[in-house]
Design a protein around this ligand. Sequence first.
Ligand code: FFO
Ligand code: ATP
Length: 193
Amino acid sequence: MDKKNLRAEILEKRKNISREELEKKSSSIAKSLFSTDYYKRSNYIMAYIDFRNEVKTEEIIKTALKEGKNVVIPISVVENKQLILSQLFDYDKELEASTYGILEPKSEFVREIHPELIDLILVPGVAFDRRGYRIGYGGGYYDRFLSKIHKSVPKVALAFNIQITHHIKEGKYDIPVDYVITEDEIIKAKRIP
Ligand SMILES: Nc1nc2c(c(=O)[nH]1)N(C=O)[C@@H](CNc1ccc(C(=O)N[C@@H](CCC(=O)O)C(=O)O)cc1)CN2
Ligand SMILES: Nc1ncnc2c1ncn2[C@@H]1O[C@H](COP(=O)(O)OP(=O)(O)OP(=O)(O)O)[C@@H](O)[C@H]1O
């Protein structure tokens, strides 16, 4: 199946997850993340702010902040499809709906951070395969961003089971993630060299 149809098919399935299930599955994904070494070791986490029935990240962000970790979120720059990073201190106070309807920091709370500081990246997406390849919304924001990040920084996708697909044909800019955490398992990306 081509990328466009696969994207549409999975988005349709994800739309049908109830609020209750969304909360429950997201919470179990958060718990799995907390159990990993890369989460425990992290000090600067780049987290996305969920929209449109993505795995919710509110609990992850609030827990990480409580544990004294630094949390950084992306701001979309539409003109050049780049992501700017901003440090978040208070999830409930600092955010407002912005580009694409995604929550971003209000202007007075933008605190720009250099990408080199990041030591764990939580990646959103529409579909993933077990090698860590990904389909997003088609903007190329994360591929562009990840191309600037050192290979050693763990890239962890959060996804519901229904977002795991057999095979995604990789494009020339695609940067695979290292792990995909779902409500049922932690998939360590297997890539045949
Ligand atoms: N939570 C979250 N934040 C994120 C992303 C994400 O996937 N999830 N992104 C990941 O990159 C970036 C935003 N990317 C987006 C790209 C396109 C559309 C969008 O609405 N596209 C139109 C179709 C456009 C077209 O094809 O003409 C649509 O879906 O209706 C939304 C977000 C940055 N922040
Ligand atoms: N590193 C890059 N440099 C230049 N162009 C890029 C880069 N990464 C992606 N692109 C371009 O961005 C466009 C969208 O890419 P793609 O279809 O892979 O997006 P996606 O992964 O589905 O979306 P997103 O990353 O926004 O979730 C493509 O035209 C692609 O060529």
